[in-house]
Design a protein around this ligand. Structure first.
Ligand code: IMP
Length: 181
């Protein structure tokens, strides 16, 4: 049984999406995307650090041949999006003519993703698709094609299942939301 509340640094968080709910939604997403990618041998590109847990579960829910290249981007400072991306770890191999599936934990303003899609396209992949576990529809500022989204959530800050608040909370198996009460 998960804890209903957790304290991280100075803030209180309350349970938002449980690990069981996440598991069944991730399996659904894997099933959905498997129809399209069955014969395309795509490359999964999880964006570290936040997406590592989602990526590990999601790729196992996908039923097709694939490989993986991890990239690392830093764009957040505490609870604020900085609007700039810093590619700390880039593509480790050739993605030219490959079908790329970017795996993201959460899309907030969309700044990170917009910049990263631009960067990805300079390598001339055959196609680029985004899978994100979470999306904050009221925060996104860009028109980015988003085909595979786990949950559309309100604008409150969330932690757990890979997502951190200043490097803490990442290893929690459930997702918690900032508790303003
Ligand atoms: P964006 O560039 O504003 O879309 O932010 C994307 C990145 O910010 C995500 O990949 C996360 O690492 C981080 N982020 C955005 N919202 C949250 C949140 O509520 N909790 C934890 N990290 C977040």
């Amino acid at each position: 049984m998960e804890n209903d509340k957790v304290k991280i640094h100075d803030k209180q968080f309350k349970i938002f999406i449980t690990k069981d709910e996440i598991r069944s939604r991730v399996n659904e997403l894997g099933w959905e995307i498997s129809k399209k990618y069955k014969d395309l041998n795509p490359v999964f590109v999880p964006i570290l650090n936040g997406s590592f847990m989602f990526a590990a579960d999601f790729v196992r829910a996908c039923n097709f041949d694939s490989d993986m290249m991890f990239v690392k981007i830093k764009s957040y400072d505490g609870m604020e999006s900085t609007g700039k991306i810093n590619l700390e770890l880039g593509f480790s191999g050739n993605i030219k003519d490959r079908h790329v599936i970017i795996i993201e934990d959460i899309i907030d303003t969309g700044n990170t993703l917009l910049e990263f899609i631009k960067e990805t396209k300079t390598h001339q992949p055959a196609s680029v698709t985004v899978v994100s576990l979470l999306l904050k529809p009221d925060a996104i500022k860009h028109d980015i094609p988003l085909d595979y989204i786990g949950y559309r959530i309100p604008n409150a800050f969330v932690v757990g299942y890979g997502l951190d608040y200043d490097d803490m909370g990442r290893t929690l198996p459930d997702i918690y939301q900032l508790d303003e009460d």
